[in-house]
Every structure is written in C-alpha cells, then in structure tokens.
Write a protein that binds this ligand. Structure first.
Ligand SMILES: [Fe+2]
Ligand SMILES: [Fe+2]
Length: 264
C-alpha cells in the first residue's frame, strides 16, 4: 500500500524511500513481464545469442573456433523453429538483438525454416543450419566501425567488408571434422548465378544447392533486419526484391521460398 501511495506521489508517508524504490522497481518489472512488449526472451534465444557472442569474441581474440559451440547454437535454433515456427523466431530475435548477432540468428532461422519447408532430412537441416550459423564468422575480423556503420559503405570500406567470406573460410578450413559443404557456404554465400558475385566470381554450374539456399536466406534476412538508421522492410517487400533478382538467384528456389517468406 505504501508503495502504491509512493507511486501516486505521496512521498510524505514514506520513512525509508530506498526500500520503497526497490519494491517499486520489482513491481514494475513484474508488471512489464506480463505485457507482451516486455516479455522475456525465450531460453533458445538467450542461449544461442550467448553462443554467437562468445564465438565472435573468441575469434576477435585470435582463439580457434569451437565447432561444438556452432553445433549447439544451430540445434537450439532448429528446436525453437520446430516447436514454435519461423515467425516467432524472427519476431523475438528482432526484438532482442542488434547488428551482426541479429543478422546471424536471423539467417540461421530463415535457412532452417526454408529447409523444413522443402522437406530436408534432419542431417541436411543441420548442415544448412551450420553453414548459416558460421556464414559471416569472418566479420569478426572486420572493424566494428564498418560493420555497424549506418548507411552506405564507401568504396574502400566496401572492399574491406568483401573480405569476410575468405576470412571466414580461412578461419574454418583446418578445423577437423568440418564438412566441405559448410566451408563452401561460408566462402561462397555472396556468389551469384550470373558470375557477378564475390569472392571467386563463380557461375551457376559452380554454385551448389546448399549455397543457393543460403544466399537467398542471407539476402532476405538482411532486408528484414531492424536497423536504427532505416525503416524496417516488411517480409512482403523483401520477398519482392528477391523476385527481382532473376538471373542472380535460382528462380525455382525463390518461388519455393515464397511460403517461408510470407507465412504467418
Ligand atoms: Fe556475408
Ligand atoms: Fe550474411
């Protein structure tokens, strides 16, 4: 009752305001937790985000990547999407995370949702999920001022940014037990069927199915990210942009992606 009186501005009745302030804070947190806008992030999001954060900071400090960390993060994302669907994952990730972690969590979720939708076997879901989890690990060696820059990169920044697929590949290639498909995904997720992608300028016959799926998931996730410096793009508009990239992305896969992009 005293706390409520204090909340109404009746400070004169309080003998120990500090305790009351603590109590009020507790009441406010409890009230917020019952409102959807302040709902607490799911355990999968907390765990997989923590794993992404520790992977990135280990790489920044020059430590080797633990494949088991990437496997744990991927499994948490697969389980969450299998249980609650892709839309819940996308909404939660965008509510709680920013920048590169948000991007990696979104790409992995979209890729896993895509793999489920086209009926991949569970080893294939896991393989695509792992490639997505690790696809931008090379960004751990790109300066944060470039990664987090609001708006367009200038040509020299762009040139540095474009090194991340090869950096990621070099970081991973000697790890025992890593599959060649994952390495392929990390190195080639910015390649296009028309040969105008990077870093190797591959053309359609050289680009595997896993890479084609990963590239579509990566572009879609990048478009729907929440960024402080630009309005959020709807899933419909992001899908329209993918449809306009005919010649660069495989048309039949973009068509199959419609379900994933637009499902409620
Ligand atoms: Fe990338
Ligand atoms: Fe990416």
């Amino acid at each position: 009752m005293v706390a409520q009186a204090y909340a109404l501005g009746a400070t004169a009745v309080i003998s120990r305001p500090k305790e009351i302030i603590v109590k009020l804070a507790q009441i406010e947190v409890a009230q917020r937790a019952t409102q959807s806008d302040f709902a607490i992030a799911s355990p999968e999001i907390i765990d997989s985000a923590a794993t992404f954060a520790s992977m990135f900071s280990a790489v920044r400090r020059g430590k080797p990547i633990e494949l088991s960390d990437a496997e744990n993060a991927t499994s948490q994302i697969i389980n969450s999407i299998a249980q609650n669907g892709l839309s819940a994952w996308l909404d939660d990730v965008r509510r709680y995370h920013e920048g590169t972690f948000q991007h990696c969590l979104l790409v992995t979720g979209v890729a896993v949702g895509f793999a489920f939708d086209i009926g991949f076997s569970s080893p294939d879901v896991k393989r695509l999920g792992m490639a997505a989890t690790l696809h931008d690990i090379g960004k751990a060696h790109i300066p944060r001022c470039i990664l987090d820059k609001g708006g367009q990169l200038d040509p020299s920044e762009e040139e540095i940014m474009r090194r991340h697929p090869v950096i990621g590949y070099e970081l991973l290639k000697d790890i025992s037990g890593i599959s060649p498909e994952i390495l392929d995904g990390v190195r080639h997720h910015h390649e296009y069927l028309d040969g105008l992608g990077y870093p190797d300028g591959l053309t359609a016959p050289q680009i595997s199915d896993l890479v084609r799926l990963l590239t579509i998931s990566d572009i879609f996730a990048a478009l729907i990210e929440l960024r402080p410096y630009r309005p959020t793009m709807s899933r419909q508009n992001a899908y329209q942009i993918l449809c306009g990239m005919d010649g660069k992305l495989e048309r039949s896969l973009v068509k199959a992606f419609r379900n994933v992009a637009l499902a409620a």
